[in-house]
Ligand binder design. Sequence first.
Ligand code: GPK
Length: 822
Amino acid sequence: MKSKSPNTSLRTGTKAAEIRQAFLDHLTCSLGRLPAYASAHDHYLALALTVRDHVVHLGVSSFGGKESKPQRRVAYLSAEFLPGPHLANHLLNLGLSETARKALASLDIDLDAVLEQEEEPGLGNGGLGRLASCYLDSLATVGVQSIGYGIRYEFGIFDQQIRDGWQVEITDKWLHGGNPWEIHRPGAARDVGFGGHTESWTDDFGRHRVRWLPAITVRGEAYDTPISGYNSDHIALMRLWKSEATESFDFEAFNHGNYDRAVEQKVDSENLSKVLYPNDSFRHGKELRLKQQFFFSSCSLQDMLRILEMQGAGPENFHEHWAVQLNDTHPAVAVAELMRLLIDVHLLAWDQAWEITRATFSYTNHTLLPEALEKWPIDLFGELLPRHLEIILEINARFLDEVRAAFPGEDWRIARLSIIDENGPRYVRMAHLACVGSHTVNGVAELHSELVKQTVLADFAEIWPEKFTNVTNGVTPRRFVALANPGLSTLLSKAAGKTWPGKLSKLSKLEALADDAEFRAKWRQVKLANKSRLAELITERTGILTDPTSLFDVQVKRIHEYKRQHLNLLHILSLYLKIKRDPTADIPARTFIFGGKAAPGYFLAKQIIRISTAAGELINDDPDIAGRLKVVFFPDFNVRNAQYVYPAADLSEQISMAGMEASGTGNMKMSLNGALTIGTLDGANVEIREAVGEENFFLFGLTADEVSEVEVCGHHPRQHYESDTELRETIDFIASGALGGGSGLFQPLIANLLEHDPYLVLADFRAYGEAQQRVSELWTNPEDWARASILNTARMGKFSSDRSIREYCQRIWKVKPGKPSE
Ligand code: GPK
């Protein structure tokens, strides 16, 4: 037989006929299906395998380490990733979307129907997990050798259904249909210990050593998912760890008839990576969570050491080969684990190991919320990780000695800086550990990074001011514009050239067109089409009819009091009452769209969902309202659904209490898609407003400084209730039971607002209503609105995650991207 050219045998030809053939081969040979009997899901799997061949092929060429001196690699340690559906994204990145469409069409298969089959990996809660995935996308795009390390949860974030107006959580069985993207790497499996005790020994040079004798060992199996970049020959790797028992189950117990005992350890081990904790910005405090954190941190560091060894380098060169980013404190225990690996396993001296550790890690803080700051009871920590507790205590003792020497007599400083919280029962403060063990600490927007230095890590910022920096978050324009908004993309390519998805600052070329009436008309057409597409989906999922010509007012994000969905709802209900009082009131038609999941145990968040569905039930079919207001709760907000929602937004609600939202990224996605923002001076809103121009942004509300002042001087929500008639009537209306379910239904929410109002909803109600009035006024002038919308998109170039990643590369990781900057 004649030998084939390597490319043909790799099935990675890019002509429609070649893709068609590869697809048919996979259908038959990988899936064992005759084309005539193949289901839509088989089609999906076959196309996914076809595309995976292309991506993996790129991967082996780009990750091979051909260079004489290997580049420093980036390891992004994150307990969460939210990649979204892979297939369409890869097609876009590889430039194969249209070819694949043609190839399938020749077999009478519709690409869109195939794309619908994919289950997205919901391995995260919200912003933090999605940011990690945007960053992998950009790392691949700008050409940095990188691995995103995390956990292969068997069950990701729950699927949300709405029943009788309430959230119901359904188990996310994302792996049930098979996962064509991942490659299991048995050779990369690592063992991780838990519990047990430590013992001392003396090495050949008479030095005191410690070893850890864990009580149990769990195996981490590696599963790799390649992440392609836009128009790039690099791929990033997402390497997720699945926990398994190290041994087969206990046959001795089994033979003695003790079946429970026989499988106990196996079950315990497998449970470790079973499920994602579904709380956002909230400390879990559960032992299993700490086990998850240590499990993936340890597997990942051991993996880096293994790769280092393959490159012929030793552990003393660790920091030269790896820059490790801690995505929040979830992997902060990695600081202690790297120390253990270096001193106990590789027998380095403490000082050298500590230098390497600090040169390796950097830490990103994502929240100031006190209930989200991780701390572990010292006893629990010591029982699970006895050696790590010893190491942390040693790190702390040495650190505090340095502080004592620099600030003699300032014991208060010692107590505040200590990694151990000793005000009562003792805790390990994970943010302190991450900060002490890192060379750089960053916040995720300018305001937030300042607040990190003034609040949670103020004492550290005082002693190490140079350690702190900001990297404002970004989002990938590939998924959130090019894929999600094809109509807009065509327009952008015509107006700003085709390169904008990889060079987002090119969008500034649009500026001039904001004054072009013809262009504005096209712009509005695209938005209207996107809104019609969403309206159809809304009807399909909720039965609610909406008018695509009405103002689409969108608040999609996790449900949380600090994000203040209830402020939005109070405003909606006040508009409703206004129309009821005066049917001629001049209020332009609006569709209010909410989406987002509530943590299953977060009672008030679930009340907020219920009140939004109740508002819809009350308002949507009220003949007096006559369709002028509609309220929709769009169920199961996830990456796939988000791709329909963002392009359809006219107005983006970013109304958190100032100082609470670290950055926000939905704010960027909507503005980039031409929505105008109504928002507080919080997180990245501040920078978005600066970028798009204050005249194209609806600002309202207390500033972070004013919020702190109110918090110091005391807040009196009842005063607002009593002095503001509109507010009082709205609250009384809810309390009266007019929303159904009896007058007691929303009592907890009302009582919370009137008695505590921790997020100053009542204090900002008036200003919010006035800003909404300005929104309505601009909306009545569609040409002015379109102009502002175009300018939003045109000026959002800064918020590409490519820019963020280049900043991390240059200022934090000290690595050089393969692709030169724009
Ligand atoms: C912050 F602390 C946390 C968390 O546990 N989960 C999470 O999604 C978010 N975040 C912030 O709330 C957002 O403001 C920010 O944009 C996002 O992280 C990414 O930095």
